[in-house]
Design a protein around this ligand. Structure first.
Ligand code: BGP
Length: 460
């Protein structure tokens, strides 16, 4: 068989998950904001389904790791649940949790699947949220202690660490647009949360390198959403540049370059939205940039100049500077409502090469959510040709980026098996493996079989 799109030797093939979305067994851990939000407002969750069981990975991890093998994984990203490891967020470590994560890591390694471990995937322990969550500087310190504990406990087995997954999402969801707990809408508080998260990441990296001296690499996973202007008109270009500042560079620049873009600082300053900082913070950010960058890419952002000037008396929001628009003729994932633009992945990688020192990177999430996916069931298997096409077309652009010298080491799908997704619960299915949420029965989809071939041939 000729392999037209061959990837570099040792390419990472796999998928990503997060603790809250797959583990279940919530009764055996401390509460996080998801457990709490579901308790107080279950109607905010699709079909009123909460995180108590999800895909029951807690009990089924052995079977699941076998399925990872069957679907060609040589790497796999999971996250540690902070509130499982340290139920109150700081202090006592739970020994059952230590055993649980050790068993998973051992099982992965025994099956030649390298574990990539992420420390925070949207799941603030409730006890710390009650202290102010990421608005509180003391919570940054608690996070650094947790990171240190995780490095100490699992550092012999884990050689790829990530401080955060998509840190902008809790900022947007929790403090700007009301789709995550604590449902605050306030740009200045959002800026404080964003700043403390970036600082927490840098401080965890400092501990990783200096205090505990771990071997291996440490990075961050960012959802980069390339911002495309409607036209070359200066006003559209400016709108797109500012959207990029808010939604990409607000984390990308401090993580990779160790400092904030001046234009972002100026805009926030003009509106009195700057976060509180402390002397010495800038040096910490500068000295502790990432070794490796995970790139989550789902869709682009299409932007045009603002049509109506914002009311200067209304509270400040990033949208004071741009409007979104629907590009005519764009290709859509009709099953999820997101635009599909495969070349976006190439544009991201070229940007990293040209403007971010060609940092070592990989695609840490990319995938296609599908509502009511059981309609594609035939002879007991989901025939997800649309997903195969989706992945393949993205991989073609990734291949081209690599050929042009981008330092890209792997491709992880979102996600391994259908899982519970935040307030969307089980609405959109993303897995290579389908999960019947009533019986917990797993079945490899057509895309899972296809992915195995791709991984085995290191291309297609
Ligand atoms: C990413 C998150 C994942 C996952 C995915 C799909 O942003 O990192 O945790 O939820 O989005 O999201 P959804 O199920 O809402 O389509």
């Amino acid at each position: 068989m000729t392999v037209e799109y061959k990837f570099p030797e040792g390419f990472w093939w796999g998928s990503a998950t997060s603790a809250t979305q797959i583990e279940g067994a919530t009764g055996k851990k401390g509460k996080n904001i998801w457990d709490h939000w579901y308790e107080v407002e279950s109607n905010r969750f699709f079909d009123n389904v909460g995180p108590e069981v999800t895909s029951d990975f807690y009990h089924r991890y052995q079977e699941d790791i076998q399925l990872m093998k069957q679907t060609g994984h040589n790497t796999f990203r999971l996250s540690i649940s902070w509130a499982r490891l340290i139920p109150e967020g700081r202090g006592q470590v739970d020994q059952e949790a230590v055993q649980f994560y050790n068993k998973i890591l051992d099982e992965l390694i025994a099956n030649d699947i390298e574990p990539f471990v992420n420390l925070f995937h949207f799941d603030m322990p409730l006890a710390l949220q009650e202290e102010g969550g990421w608005e509180s500087r003391a919570v940054v310190d608690a996070y650094v202690e947790y990171a240190k504990e995780a490095f100490r406990l699992f550092g012999d087995k884990v050689k790829k660490w990530f401080t955060f997954n998509e840190p902008i999402v809790p900022v947007e969801g929790g403090y700007l647009y009301d789709f995550h707990y604590p449902n605050v809408v306030d740009a200045r508080r959002a800026a404080q949360v964003a700043y403390h998260t970036a600082l927490a990441s840098a401080k965890a990296i400092e501990v990783f390198r200096t205090v505990d001296v771990q071997d291996g690499k440490i990075g961050i996973v960012l959802n980069l959403t390339p911002s495309y202007p409607r036209s070359n008109h200066p006003a559209d270009l400016k709108a797109s540049r500012i959207a990029d500042l808010f939604f990409n560079r607000s984390f990308l620049d401090p993580a990779v370059l160790g400092e904030y873009p001046q234009e972002l600082v100026d805009i926030l300053g003009e509106h009195g939205q700057l976060p509180e900082t402390q002397p010495g913070d800038a040096e910490i950010l500068k000295a502790n940039t990432v070794d490796i960058l995970g790139v989550n890419y789902y869709q682009p952002r299409r932007v045009k100049a603002k049509e109506h000037l914002p009311n200067p008396h209304s509270p400040f929001m990033p949208e004071w500077y741009f409007d979104h628009y629907e590009m005519p003729g764009r290709k859509m994932n009709i099953y999820r409502g997101w635009e599909i633009y495969e070349k976006g992945l190439y544009d991201i990688m070229i940007n990293l090469k040209e403007n971010y020192g060609n940092i070592e990177s990989f695609v840490s999430e990319n995938g296609m959510g599908v509502q009511d996916e059981h309609r594609f069931l035939q002879d007991g298997q989901i025939q997800d040709d649309y997903r195969i096409e989706f992945v393949q077309e993205h991989l073609k652009w990734l291949h081209r980026a690599i050929q042009e010298g981008c330092n890209t080491k792997g491709y992880h799908m979102w996600t391994f098996m259908d899982n519970w997704s935040w307030s969307n619960a089980y609405k959109n299915r993303y897995g290579f493996v389908s999960v019947n949420i009533d019986t917990q029965e797993r079945t490899v989809k057509k895309s899972g079989e296809w992915f195995k071939q791709v991984a085995e041939n290191n291309g297609f």
